[in-house]
Design a protein around this ligand. Structure first.
Ligand code: KG4
Ligand code: ZN
Length: 400
């Protein structure tokens, strides 16, 4: 099945054209076109993602990214000058209404697409949540407008399912996922342990009570005066502390490690860093030096990794999972990758699977794969077009 997918849940605008095959038993994907624009440089200035700014950028980026994807897939075909357009005035009116809330989008949509033939695709898949609602709406409106223009169904996709199924594409290890599997989702907005009985069947068995892991990295980085996003900055300093054998003075808690459940809490850890910095000069009779920052970064990273590891091991033992999928932007962290890969030595037969770096952060390919799975599970999604709404707090496992 040929799918066009759209992702706009946060600060990445992404469009891809993917072919899914193999059914639920052995899903596989061929990428025909894939474009992504990251707004990270823009948000850096503000130290975080601003929803209304993200929305404006999605409006600007979606039309050119679509054209780029269609071109790459060989699907950008001009209609013959003599051909009579099959799009009626009434359809254009509907499209205009749908795009009305995204300022300027209708104009660029019409200008770019009026003269193009319908590409060879059977469905459009779009992220409907979780994420920033103003940002999600842009992608949804754009997808619904395309669905009307080309007369094809639009399938809503859960962004977190996208992260899980991203391991059906390029990964660190070609061996197939075995069920039940466990997914550890670690990003700027989420920290979840999910039991995956089979593709499309998810139960969240652990989650954070406050900050997400990536958010904790970003907040601690800010305390240390490092730029946004803080994760890569902290892990760079932590690695230097290890390579340079800097003495370990800072001591932070491993939050909720003895809670007896699979919950996380990272806001207290951030507060420990805050207090440590506040009291540092008085306690040590000197100013904080560069080496102290490296020490703090390492101790913080160790605390996060040990906590994640402890809970993940408990979840593996509880579920007897044969595959551990780890996804989300924080998997870029080298210490986490290395530590978790070693679990294959602890649990014989366990496969630890992570998407390649480009698929760990938000992208449209993961949305196409999740959309393919959804259409196999619920074929009616291709025939009964329901209204699609942005759901900022959409939970995994909720039918959409
Ligand atoms: O999944 P993602 O790209 O965006 C969403 O939050 O959906 O994740 C971004 C998060 C940020 O908080 C960033 O600081 C964190 O991933 N991150 C890292 C590293 N690279 C990115 N955290 C720790 N170590 C890293 N190397
Ligand atoms: Zn994400």
């Amino acid at each position: 099945m040929r799918i066009l997918s759209i992702e706009t849940s946060c600060d990445e605008t992404a469009v891809s054209l993917v072919e899914g095959a193999g059914g639920l038993a052995s899903p596989s994907f061929t990428v025909h076109g894939n474009s992504l624009f990251s707004q990270i440089e823009l948000h850096k200035e503000y130290g975080g993602v601003f929803p209304m700014l993200a929305k404006r950028e999605h409006v600007k980026n979606l039309p050119p990214l679509l054209l780029q994807t269609l071109t790459e897939a060989g699907e950008k075909k001009e209609t013959a000058p003599t051909a009579v357009s099959s799009t009626t005035e009434e359809t254009w009116k509907k499209i205009e209404n749908i795009l009305a809330r995204e300022e300027g989008l209708f104009e660029s949509f019409k200008r770019d697409l009026e003269h193009l033939e319908k590409p060879n695709i059977e469905a459009i898949c779009v992220t409907c949540g979780p994420g920033l609602e103003p940002a999600l709406w842009v992608g949804i409106s754009f997808a619904v407008a395309l669905g009307l223009l080309w007369g094809i169904p639009v399938v809503p996709v859960n962004h977190m399912e996208g992260h899980i199924v991203s391991v059906l594409m390029e990964t660190n290890d070609d061996r197939p996922v075995s069920f039940p599997a466990l997914a550890l989702l670690i990003s700027g907005g989420h920290t979840e342990i999910v039991e995956v009985s089979t593709w499309g069947s998810y139960t969240v068995i652990g989650r954070t009570r406050d900050d997400a892991v990536g958010e904790a990295f970003d907040k601690v980085a800010r305390l240390l005066g490092l730029p946004y996003p803080g994760g890569p900055e902290i892990s760079k300093l932590a690695e230097q502390a290890r390579n340079e054998n800097i003495p370990n003075l800072a001591k932070f808690p491993r939050p909720m490690i003895n809670s007896g459940d699979l919950s996380f809490s990272f806001s207290g850890l951030k507060t420990s860093v805050l207090y440590y910095l506040r009291d540092f000069t008085e306690k040590n009779n000197r100013e904080l030096a560069e080496d102290d920052k490296k020490d703090i970064a390492r101790e913080f990273e160790d605390a996060v990794v040990e906590t994640l590891l402890h809970k993940t091991k408990a979840a593996l033992e509880e579920t007897g999972a044969g595959t551990l999928i780890i996804a989300g932007g924080v998997i870029a962290n080298k210490k986490i990758r290395e530590t978790f890969k070693k679990l294959e030595e602890t649990y014989s037969g366990l496969l630890v699977k992570t998407p390649v770096h480009a698929l760990a952060t938000d992208n449209a390919l993961m949305i196409a794969s999740a959309g393919y799975i959804q259409t196999l599970l619920y074929p009616e999604k291709l025939t009964e077009q329901k209204e699609i709404r942005a759901q900022g707090n959409l939970e995994l496992g909720k039918k959409i």
